[in-house]
Design a protein around this ligand. Structure first.
Ligand SMILES: [Zn+2]
Length: 163
């Protein structure tokens, strides 16, 4: 039986790409973000591909806080359908720590129970600060579980779905 809380796994190259691109796109001044797409299989959710917000919505980073248009969300669902992938998580940067803002809690990027949101602190300055990464699971009704920070695995970064 498939676990309801699979471990989200990103290969190290994909993790490095994610952090480097989030940092570059935010330019050290603005938040930036991406969707993590991939496959769920049993107890793992394997990330395959990243879709950066500013690639699907040129205005996404303009206010300093990430915002996506409905049209951009459609582009994500179309990419998933075309490539046979699922949205495994969303991820965005914060200038400071990785706690959820009120807006983060009240406006999930994907408002589905079980959706995973990740927050990278310090505008993604460090690829090594795994302990500082925020990991949250949506419970519905604007409530979230706080999950453990990711851990370094064998050639990957693992977000465990259980406390
Ligand atoms: Zn936020």
């Amino acid at each position: 039986m498939a676990s309801p809380d699979p471990t989200l796994t990103l290969s190290l190259p994909l993790w490095w790409c994610l952090i480097r691109e989030l940092r570059r796109r935010g330019g050290g001044v603005s938040e930036s973000g991406a969707f993590v797409l991939g496959h769920r299989q049993g107890e793992t959710a394997q990330a395959r591909r990243l879709v950066f917000y500013d690639d699907i919505d040129p205005g996404a980073l303009r206010t300093g806080i990430v915002r996506l248009s409905g049209q951009a969300m459609n582009a994500v669902w179309e990419t998933c359908a075309r490539e046979g992938l699922e949205v495994l998580a969303d991820v965005h940067t914060h200038p400071g720590g990785a706690g959820q803002s009120r807006s983060d809690k009240e406006h999930p990027m994907v408002a589905t129970r079980g959706h995973i949101a990740l927050i990278i602190p310090n505008l993604a300055r460090s690829v090594f600060d795994l302990a500082g990464v925020g990991h949250y699971r949506y419970l519905g009704a604007k409530r979230w579980d706080v999950l453990p920070a990711p851990r370094l695995g064998f050639l990957n970064v693992q977000f465990r779905g259980t406390l």
